[in-house]
Design a protein around this ligand. Structure first.
Ligand code: XMP
Length: 511
């Protein structure tokens, strides 16, 4: 196993995920934990993650002293900086800040770069204000970039390595290969991780957590995450699982009917359908602040579940399809200090009064890994490949206050957009596509009449994990066709715009 010490980077889990992709098992520990608890498991190597702090400040986290002189260490970004500082080098906050894509110049042989091109044609992702300005004794430069003279460094004798860039993010060419090289060539790890192993481990863990008689209720939305959670739970505990499908009135067109058909009829899982749309809409009335909306929806979900849980005799557990990106953008998963971007509705635990314990078997996985798990569990491809849909639903696709009228307008526009995407054979090429209803009205002219109606925004992105995303490049003809259909067929919209923002700096959802 590789031990990852988390200094609070937004992308620490991506390190684990890249290692999994390459077939290696890893565990993440917060930098504040007792490392000895992990060292007894004999990790073959240690990775120090990035983080939001500066090693130039006192009181910022450092790697535990126990890790040195035992196994190979790879420091990434903040991890490289603390590695250098702790071993006698220097770190400065300087003018050489780099955020985003940078070109790496690989100038020396190093096992980290085995099977990767040498020279300057190497795109990497940088995100640093500080940089290493003086190397500790024994280190050599392996690669540099415009803003980081020590972009990759190595002390081959002690098997210590450092990179200023982030090999774990998709934008770094060959990033997985770099982490694979570290695990395989430098740490001599053996491959032993696969989705089949994960499935059996997850089922085993559920059995251990829930025991022989525990009853579980599972919040089912019909999306991939909660569906995979439900099927996994069903494999583990069978009839002791009851799924509760809460219709919050913020679902897409036809969605509620589809969920009932699939789970109730095909998969034969006990399903309670709770229509709580009036309850949610009344709670959201007049609310336009995005964080407030998310918090209200989260709290209302809990209210509804509590009520349903009381009706199921002996229900002690609540299963949720929370994924890692939901967790990382809301709170810190491993206890390191992260910055909150959005409060995802299903993260952050349950209030004490609810007395239901959480079962979250997907909490460490990314979307595409959940899809693999879904296939492993035998779920139909149409379900497994479905675009992600956020728990707060259409509420966060209607900036400003929400009303039934706006929800219906958005549903119709969204349905046309997705229908056209499917017809064009583009659905599986896109990570997520949806319509947004803007809170502004603009003037138009239809049939010689003045119109004054809402603007509809269209969003489509490609991504591998939802952490970063690029704009999907539709043709002008396609967008023009969808725009014409929406304006002609949806009463209430007279203008359509396409969102041309990647993530970062945008997020995928508008709120
Ligand atoms: P953002 O907007 O944060 O979205 O870039 C990243 C991915 O997460 C989904 N998302 C959510 N999923 N509950 C969820 O279950 C939420 O509160 C939530 N907010 C965003 C979003 O649709 C995208 O796939």
């Amino acid at each position: 196993m590789i031990l990852i010490i988390d200094f609070g980077s937004q992308v620490t889990q991506l390190i684990a995920r890249r290692l999994r992709e390459a077939g290696f098992y890893s565990e993440i520990m917060p930098s504040t934990s007792d490392v000895n608890k992990y060292l007894v498991k004999n990790p073959k190597g240690i990775i120090l993650s990035g983080g939001p702090n500066s090693v130039t400040q006192i009181d910022t986290p450092r790697a535990p002293y126990e890790i040195w002189n035992s196994v190979p260490v790879l420091g990434i970004c903040y991890g490289q900086q603390t590695l250098c500082e702790q071993l006698g080098g220097k770190v400065e906050t300087g003018i050489n800040r780099e955020f985003g894509r940078a070109k790496l110049d690989v100038i020396a042989d190093c096992p980290l770069f085995y099977n990767l091109p040498k020279g300057t044609d190497f795109d990497v992702w940088m995100s640093h204000g500080d940089h290493v300005s003086e190397l500790p004794d024994g280190f050599k430069v392996v690669a540099c970039s415009a803003g980081a003279p020590f972009a990759a460094i190595a002390d081959h004798k002690r098997r210590y390595y450092g990179v200023q860039f982030h090999p774990e993010v998709a934008q770094t060419n060959g990033g997985t290969q770099i982490l694979k090289n570290f695990a395989e060539l430098i740490c001599n790890c053996e491959k032993g991780w696969s989705m089949v192993t994960y499935k059996y481990q997850a089922i085993q863990k559920i059995k251990e957590q829930v025991g022989k008689s525990g009853q579980v209720i599972c919040g089912l939305s019909g999306g991939v995450d909660s569906s995979v959670t439900a099927v996994l739970l069903h494999e583990a505990i069978g009839e002791r699982l009851t799924c509760v499908f809460v219709d919050h009135g913020l679902l897409r067109k036809g969605e509620a009917e589809e969920v009932i058909k699939l789970f109730g009829n095909h998969l034969n899982i006990k399903l309670i359908h709770k229509d709580a749309s009036n309850f949610f809409l009344s709670k959201l009335k007049g609310i336009s602040n995005p964080e407030q909306k998310r918090k209200i929806i989260g709290a209302s979900f809990i209210d509804v579940f509590t009520e349903e849980a009381h009706k199921i005799e002996g229900a002690e557990y609540l299963a949720q399809g929370t994924l890692y990106p939901d967790v990382i953008e809301s709170i810190s998963i491993s206890g390191g200090k992260h910055v909150t971007i959005k409060s995802h509705h299903n993260v952050g635990g349950l209030p004490e009064h609810m007395r239901l314990k959480l079962v979250e078997p997907l909490r460490m996985l990314f979307k595409d890994e959940v899809r693999l798990l879904g296939k492993e569990l035998g779920l139909p491809e149409v379900l497994v490949n479905r675009h992600p849909f956020p728990g707060p639903g259409l509420a966060i696709r209607i900036p400003g206050s929400i009303s039934s009228e706006k929800i219906n307008i958005l549903r119709d526009a969204d349905a046309i957009y997705l229908e056209e995407i499917r017809k064009a054979g583009l659905y599986d090429e896109i990570w997520q596509a949806f319509a947004v209803l803007l809170p502004v009205k603009t003037v138009g002219v239809m049939g010689d009449q003045r119109t004054y109606e809402y603007v509809c925004g269209l969003r489509a992105v490609t991504s591998t994990d939802g952490m970063t995303a690029d704009i999907f490049p539709f043709t002008t003809e396609f967008l023009a066709h969808v725009s014409t259909r929406i304006v002609n067929e949806v009463s209430g919209i007279n203008r359509v715009v396409y969102d041309y923002t990647s993530k970062p700096p945008g997020t995928i959802e508008w709120e």
